[in-house]
Design a protein around this ligand. Structure first.
Ligand SMILES: Nc1ncnc2c1ncn2[C@@H]1O[C@H](COP(=O)(O)OP(=O)(O)O)[C@@H](O)[C@H]1O
Ligand SMILES: [Mg+2]
Length: 227
């Protein structure tokens, strides 16, 4: 069964007098424990549909269902709550907070998502998740001392520490070399499978497609093929 569906989602941006329809009726159906990769030329609308699906900006039309709930009818507050508790995000660059250690970034995420835990439990949870992404030996490090691949591992652990149902990733390997990209993709795939997450990932790298369960191609604001 699909946990997440996008039906005929449209998006129009207005620039002064000019209106540009960037999404012309996008349909997606995402299943638990699967990675759907969204590919297509630059400007085809991939980031726009990803951010709308993730509740980061509103659609101009269409309907989105998550876990049987119609997200398009929800208040800003309800969407904010779902984003904080049920969604995880990974972007092209890791967006780590420079003055916090790896451990502190993750504790902060647990605080933000409203997970009720004592400090000691938080630290144990952080340790567990860092082990999962192979970064437990770097828990006291600051971002500046981490390599690109290590930073992205921390970003991934931060995206999943609150046990989200959905993971949204926009070109998560774009800033990495080929070897690190594959490691990061393998990690996202492992986590999607073992934690039964539903993952939607934008990528423009052919090499990443074998890690996806479905590949959906976008062109000029429409889906050409796939899920
Ligand atoms: N906030 C915005 N205001 C106006 N136009 C936008 C905005 N965001 C995206 N666009 C336009 O929408 C189109 C699709 O952008 P985007 O979804 O970022 O494409 P992709 O991620 O596939 O490269 C582009 O033409 C872009 O210029
Ligand atoms: Mg984009």
């Amino acid at each position: 069964m699909s946990v997440f569906t996008v039906d005929e989602v449209k998006k129009t941006f207005t620039n002064g007098e000019v209106q540009e329809q960037v999404l012309k009726g996008v349909n997606l159906s995402l299943k638990q424990g699967e990675i759907t990769a969204l590919v297509g030329a630059s400007g085809s609308g991939k980031s726009t549909i990803l951010t709308i699906a993730a509740g980061l900006q509103p659609a101009s039309g269409g309907v989105i269902h998550f876990d049987g709930k119609n997200m398009t009818n929800m208040s800003q507050e309800e969407i904010r709550k779902i984003r904080a508790t049920e969604f995880g995000f990974i972007f092209q660059s890791s967006h780590l907070v420079p003055f916090l250690t790896v451990e502190e970034q993750l504790v902060l995420m647990l605080d933000v998502s409203g997970t009720k835990m004592k400090k000691k439990e938080q630290k144990e949870e952080v340790e567990k998740i860092l082990k999962l992404v192979g970064m437990d030996h770097r828990k006291d490090a600051y971002p500046a001392s981490l390599s690109g691949g290590e930073k992205q591992r921390v970003a991934i652990s931060r995206a999943i520490i609150h046990k989200p149902k959905m993971l949204f990733a926009d070109e998560p390997t774009a800033s990495l070399d080929s070897k690190r990209s594959k490691e990061v993709m393998m990690l996202i795939r492992d986590l999607t499978k073992t934690l039964h997450i539903t993952t939607l990932m934008v990528t423009h790298e052919e090499e990443m497609l074998p890690y996806a369960d479905h590949v959906v191609t976008m062109k000029d604001g429409l889906i050409l093929e796939g899920a």
